[in-house]
Design a protein around this ligand. Structure first.
Ligand code: NAD
Ligand code: DAU
Length: 332
C-alpha cells in the first residue's frame, strides 16, 4: 500500500513515520510536509535512507501541489497530521491556522475524492470539546460531548472535523477521526510545556508556568497514540470518531515539579507568569470506545514515559540545540 502521512516532519507525525516504516516494510510511506517552523528534517534522519520511505516538501493548502502528489504516488491511505498546532501562536495570529487546518484538510479530501482512496484519517484533538471544570473530576469527554472550542487553534481543528464528517455524509468519503489528549515524548518541539520545561531546567533557566499552574492536561506517551491511529486506519469503522487517552491527568505544576525532581533541579526555577487568554481548565478523555471496539490500551505509564522522555532530551541535545540556534532550518 502507498500511505501518505502529512505533517510527518513534526512531533507526532515523525514518531508515526518511524513506527510505520519499521513495522510495514512492504508498504511505501510518503511523508508530505511543508517544513514550517515546526517541521524538521532531522526528525526524519532515522528513516531517510529506508527503501520504503519518501519525503515530499509540499503545503497541504496548495491544491495543485497536492493533486500532483496524488497523481504521482496513487495513495491508498492518507493520514493527516499536518497542522498549525500551538495554541499560543493561534492567539497571536489565527489566520495561518485557518488556512492550514481547515483549507488544507478540505484540499486533501478533495484530492481523495478526485483520485479515490481506501481511507482518509484525520488526526484531531480533545481540544475540540472545550474544557471541563476543575471541581468535577467525574466528568470526561466522550465522542458524544458537544464541540465547544476555546481558542482559534481548537476552533480550526473542530472546523476541520466537521468538514471531514460532511465529506463522509455528502460524498461517501471513507473517513475516520481520532481525538487524542496531550502527547509527550521524543521530537516534541520545545515551545510546548514538557520539552520547554526539560530544556529550561537543564539550562538552569526560569520555568514559566501560566496562571496558578492548576490547569489539568491528560498526558499520553506519543508511541501509544501512534499505535492507536494504526489500529483505527485498519480496523476502525468508517465515519466514526475515536477518542484516544489513557487516564493520565496531571496539573501543570505537578508535571513541572516532576521534571525538576528528575533532573535534580530546585523548584525556585519555577516562575508564575500571566495566564494564557481563554486558558482551558481541564482535559480528560473517556477512551471506552477505542478500548472496547478496537482493544487499544496505552502501554506506557506516565512515570515511565516521562523518564524516557527526559532521557531522550538528555541523549539528543543536538536535536533541540539545532532548533534553539536555528541551525535546523539550514537543512530544511
Ligand atoms: P507539530 O507542530 O509538531 O507538527 C506539525 C507538522 O505539520 C510540522 O512538521 C509542519 O511542518 C507540518 N505542517 C504545518 N503546516 C503545514 C502545511 N500547510 N502543509 C504541510 N505540512 C504542514 O504538531 P504535532 O504536535 O505533531 O501535532 C500533529 C497533529 O496532531 C496535529 O494535527 C495536532 O492538531 C494533532 N494533535 C496534537 C496533540 C499534541 O499533544 N501535540 C494532541 C492531539 C492532537
Ligand atoms: O490536548 C491536545 C492538545 O495539546 C493539542 O491539540 C495541541 O496541538 C497541543 O499543543 C497541546 O495543547 P496545550 O495547549 O494543552 O499544550 P501546551 O504544551 O501549549 O500547554 C500545556 C499546558 O501547559 C497548558 O495548560 C498551558 C501550560 N503552559 C504551556 C507553556 C508552553 C505553561 O504553563 N507554560 C508554558 O510555557
Amino acid at each position: 500500500m502507498n500511505i501518505i502521512v502529512t505533517g510527518g516532519a513534526g512531533f507526532i507525525g515523525g514518531n508515526f513515520v518511524h513506527m510505520m516504516v519499521a513495522k510495514y516494510p512492504e508498504d511505501h510511506i510518503i511523508c508530505v510536509d511543508a517544513l514550517t517552523y515546526a517541521g524538521n528534517l532531522e526528525t526524519l534522519e532515522p528513516v531517510k535512507d529506508k527503501p520504503n520511505f519518501s519525503f515530499v516538501k509540499a503545503d497541504i493548502a496548495d491544491r495543485q501541489a497536492v493533486y500532483e502528489i496524488f497523481e504521482q504516488y496513487k495513495p491508498d491511505i492518507i493520514i493527516n497530521f499536518a497542522a498549525e498546532s500551538h495554541v499560543d501562536r493561534s492567539i497571536e495570529n489565527p489566520e495561518i491556522f485557518l488556512r492550514t487546518n481547515i483549507m488544507g484538510t478540505a484540499i486533501l479530501m478533495d484530492a481523495c475524492r478526485k483520485y479515490g482512496i481506501q481511507r482518509y484519517h484525520q488526526v484531531s484533538t480533545d481540544e475540540v470539546y472545550g474544557d471541563l471544570p476543575l471541581d468535577r473530576p467525574d466528568l470526561f469527554f466522550t465522542e458524544e460531548t458537544p464541540i465547544h472550542t476555546s481558542s482559534p487553534y481548537s476552533s480550526s481543528k473542530a472546523s476541520a472535523d466537521l468538514l471531514v464528517l460532511a465529506y463522509h455524509r455528502t460524498y461517501g468519503l471513507p473517513v475516520t477521526i481520532s481525538r487524542c489528549s496531550n502527547n509527550y515524548g521524543p521530537y516534541h518541539f520545545p515551545e510546548k510545556l514538557i520539552p520547554l520545561m526539560i530544556i529550561n531546567a537543564f539550562n538552569n533557566k526560569q520555568l514559566p508556568v501560566y496562571g496558578d499552574g492548576k490547569n489539568v492536561r491528560d498526558w499520553l506517551y506519543v508511541e501509544d497514540h501512534c499505535e492507536a491511529i494504526d489500529l483505527i486506519i485498519r480496523k476502525g469503522r468508517v465515519g466514526e470518531v475515536y477518542n484516544i487517552g489513557g487516564h493520565n491527568e496531571r496539573a501543570n505544576i505537578d508535571v513541572v515539579k516532576t521534571i525538576l525532581s528528575a533532573l535534580r533541579k530546585d523548584e525556585s526555577l519555577i516562575t508564575y507568569v500571566t495566564d494564557r487568554p481563554g486558558h482551558d481548565q481541564r482535559y480528560a478523555i473517556d477512551p471506552t470506545k477505542i478500548n472496547n471496539e478496537l482493544g487499544w490500551l496505552p502501554k506506557t505509564s506516565f512515570n515511565e514515559g516521562i523518564k524516557k522522555t527526559i532521557q531522550w532530551y538528555m541523549d539528543n541535545q543536538d536535536w533541540w540545540e539545532h532548533i534553539i540556534s536555528g541551525e535546523y532550518k539550514r537543512t530544511n
